[in-house]
Design a protein around this ligand. Structure first.
Ligand code: AMP
Ligand code: FES
Ligand code: ZN
Ligand code: ZN
Length: 314
């Protein structure tokens, strides 16, 4: 297989794009694609301050690397969840994220959930009915809340996460199986900001997980190989496997599933639900938008578990 650009030996072959590239041209092609998506979906400009949520995994570290190479002003945010499970998951991913920041001269904010709120994510999960089996839903709630809080308190214009196409297609697949209109309405490359809440963007949403893996490896990015120990048999992993089987038989189907969804929505597929999104209002304690009458889910949880007095909100 030969590189389409220079005719040299190809390092990556992408059947879904009928495109093979050598290492050098692949490492140029990926940032070029990301730049194209940033502009196409009007994610942010070079004048705006970007906060990248970095987990220490290949996607978010690569995203930070790409944004830096493209000349955007992007600082990092690492949230230490306190997940150990015998493999030092959180401390190891924090170490790798900090090492990346130092090596590249980048600014990293670190939020330690235990220091900030008095308990780790697994402890929180254990103490709420939400986490009877696994801490993932509590974890997601806490991560979202903290990302929003830090972005708002520190004055960032936009919050970027490392979700890739496989993540987005699996989420879409799950939401489609249940026709979850509210989720389908909100899922996409850009979630516009509201007063007090930064815009959220996913610059890698059109890149296959395999493409991000190849980027991280060819760039020599040192990332955490382990998945979160609680995520092993999550439904989303199962959906990803199903979609990979489809993709194997029909290269490109994952991308077209996602893109045709975005197009259908642009054409008004969920127009009658847009009202629902407009009904969010600010949580009386933390100010983040919520659809519930009183406190938002995060504040309800911290309230119930008696950690509210240690909550530091700006
Ligand atoms: P996940 O929900 O683990 O698939 O992660 C999706 C995205 O959320 C990642 O690509 C990161 O941008 C962000 N993220 C996940 N975990 C963390 C964390 N502990 N700290 C900061 N950002 C995170
Ligand atoms: Fe949150 Fe696994 S439970 S990352
Ligand atoms: Zn080449
Ligand atoms: Zn709240």
């Amino acid at each position: 297989m030969k590189c389409r650009t220079c005719g040299g030996k190809a390092a990556v072959n992408m059947r879904q794009h009928k495109l093979a590239l050598c290492k050098e041209h692949y490492l140029e092609w990926i940032p070029g694609q990301v730049e194209r998506f940033i502009e196409k979906y009007a994610m942010f400009t070079r004048q705006e301050k970007i906060l990248v949520a970095v987990s220490g995994g290949k996607d978010s570290l690569s995203l930070w690397d790409i944004l830096q190479r493209l000349g955007y002003q992007a600082d990092g945010l690492y949230i230490c969840l306190g997940i150990d499970e015998g493999i030092h998951y959180s401390s190891e991913s924090q170490r790798l994220t900090e090492a990346f920041a130092v090596a590249n001269g980048l600014k990293l904010h670190v939020v330690d959930i235990q220091k900030e709120y008095g308990q780790t994510v697994p402890e929180y999960a254990h103490r709420t009915h939400r986490g009877q089996t696994k801490p993932c839903s509590v974890c997601g709630l806490i991560k979202r809340h903290e990302m929003n809080r830090v972005a708002r308190d520190l004055g960032y214009d936009v919050l970027a996460t490392g979700h890739n196409l496989d993540d987005e297609a699996a989420t879409l697949f799950g939401n489609t199986l249940t026709w979850s209109g509210d989720y389908l309405l909100r899922q996409g490359p850009v979630l516009p900001g509201t007063p007090g809440l930064a815009r959220k963007v996913k610059p890698l949403c059109r890149l296959y997980e395999r493409e991000m893996l190849a980027y991280a490896l060819l760039r020599g990015i040192d990332y955490i190989y382990d998945e979160c120990p609680f995520a092993e048999d999550a439904t989303s992993i199962y959906y990803k496997e199903l979609l990979n089987r489809l993709e194997n038989d029909r290269p490109g189907v994952k991308l077209s599933f996602y893109l045709t969804f975005l197009e259908a929505r642009r054409n008004g597929l969920f127009a009658d639900r847009e009202q629902v999104a407009a009904e969010l209002h600010p949580c009386p304690r933390c100010g983040q938008p919520t659809s519930s009458d009183g406190l938002c889910s995060f504040c309800k949880m911290t309230d119930r578990l008696g950690a509210a007095t240690t909550v530091k909100e700006g």
